[in-house]
Write a protein that binds this ligand. Structure first.
Ligand code: CA
Length: 373
């Protein structure tokens, strides 16, 4: 094949003077049917179970698990069928991780920070306060080196991970108390999970662990003064706007939480290669679908909230966010102390955050400012 310089090649491609077949050949691929042995597709059939941390049919997250199962069935022409169980239907929600390790089910769905008691480093593959947003999480995982670390980590637990969704940036939560300065966090009883809870504690607040089903009555009766949840769509469905005065932004504690699938490694490794690729591809498709669904629904429900309820939407003061970020640095340092793998993951995560932050400061931040939104 004629040698072309890299510059001429891409210029030619852009101008259309280099044809697509040439392009494919240049990449080392084939553009013509080559005689080859006919594909032999195994007829072995699998019926797998998926355990999830979401309530049965939970909007977006639970629905997504079912979509994943439907896509896998369709792509494999019925060779792989996955039955999806909501949290508590087969095992309790937070037991999903161990259930897949023990082969009670072959697949699980959840978020890494749920298992940080078992695998401290797992939380970096979900979200930490003031962490990566959805676009950056995807970039870090898919082409920035995160995935290799995640696979290495989960292999130790007999699992294969895959990104399976992202919530996008969340809201800061519903408050029955104004937050004008750090002093307003003193004694604040708030439902907030993970490292965010540690940060609240450092700020003088009292994190409260309440299951989702008890949040509404807890807030209504003053058992808690505030709760975070997800964003306008899910929050509207929970009815928080009926009982809370203020809706705060941003969700500093969850800027773009990645949700995950995890497969029993022995079962996954024993699959035919095409089925492995089908599972990975369906997970990636869901990863994209879910972020889109959150973006679409959250923007619609924000409008609904504004129209139907007298929600007072507030922004945390800059000084409050600055202080929370400082507490986050302390909290993360405490989290990774004594766990070499967490330190390794955080080093990669943090280096990526700094580089991506510099890039978005120059582009997305300036762009958003130009829109004056
Ligand atoms: Ca949340």
């Amino acid at each position: 094949m004629k040698k072309l310089s890299r510059k001429t090649f891409f210029k030619g491609l852009a101008l259309g003077t280099i044809s697509l077949p040439f392009f494919i050949r240049a990449l080392g691929g084939q553009n013509q049917a080559q005689p080859s042995s006919p594909n032999i597709i195994s007829t072995k059939r699998y019926r797998w179970k998926m355990v999830t941390t979401w309530p049965p049919n939970f909007p977006v997250l639970g629905e997504g698990c079912q979509l994943f199962a439907d896509w896998v069935k369709e792509m494999s022409d019925g060779r792989m069928e996955i039955e999806v169980y909501g949290g508590g239907e087969l095992v309790p929600p937070l037991e999903a991780f161990n259930a897949v390790r023990m082969n009670v089910a072959e697949v699980g769905s959840g978020a890494g920070y749920y298992w940080k008691g078992i695998v401290p480093a797992a939380q970096f593959f979900a979200s930490i306060p003031f962490g990566l947003n959805a676009q950056q999480m995807n970039a870090w995982l898919i082409t920035g080196g995160g995935m290799q670390l995640w696979e290495e980590l989960y292999a130790e637990y007999g699992l294969v991970p895959a990104p399976g969704g992202n919530t996008g940036v969340q809201m800061g939560g519903w408050f029955n108390r104004e937050i004008n300065s750090m002093a307003d966090f003193k004694g604040l009883k708030m439902r907030i999970p993970g490292v965010g809870a540690k940060v609240l504690e450092k700020a003088g607040g009292a994190p409260v662990l309440l299951p989702g089903a008890e949040l509404y009555t807890g807030l209504e009766r003053g058992v808690i003064d505030a709760t975070e949840w997800i964003g306008p769509y899910h929050d509207y469905e929970m009815g928080f706007h009926q009982i809370a005065k203020y809706y705060y932004t941003p969700g500093w504690h969850e800027a773009g939480t990645t949700l995950e699938f995890f497969f029993n490694k022995e079962k996954f490794d024993a699959l035919e290669k095409d089925l492995q690729m089908i599972l990975r591809t369906a997970a990636h498709r869901l990863n994209m679908w879910m972020l889109c669904e959150f973006e679409t629904k959250n923007s619609i429900y924000l409008e609904k909230l504004r129209q139907e309820a007298e929600v007072d939407i507030r922004q945390f003061p800059d000084e409050v966010l600055r202080q929370l970020r400082q507490y986050t640095e302390e909290a993360v340092a405490e989290e990774i102390a004594g766990d070499p793998f967490s330190q390794k993951v955080y080093a990669s995560y943090n280096a990526f955050r700094n580089r991506a932050g510099n890039w978005s400061k120059l582009t997305e931040k300036v762009f958003y400012n130009s829109l004056q939104i």
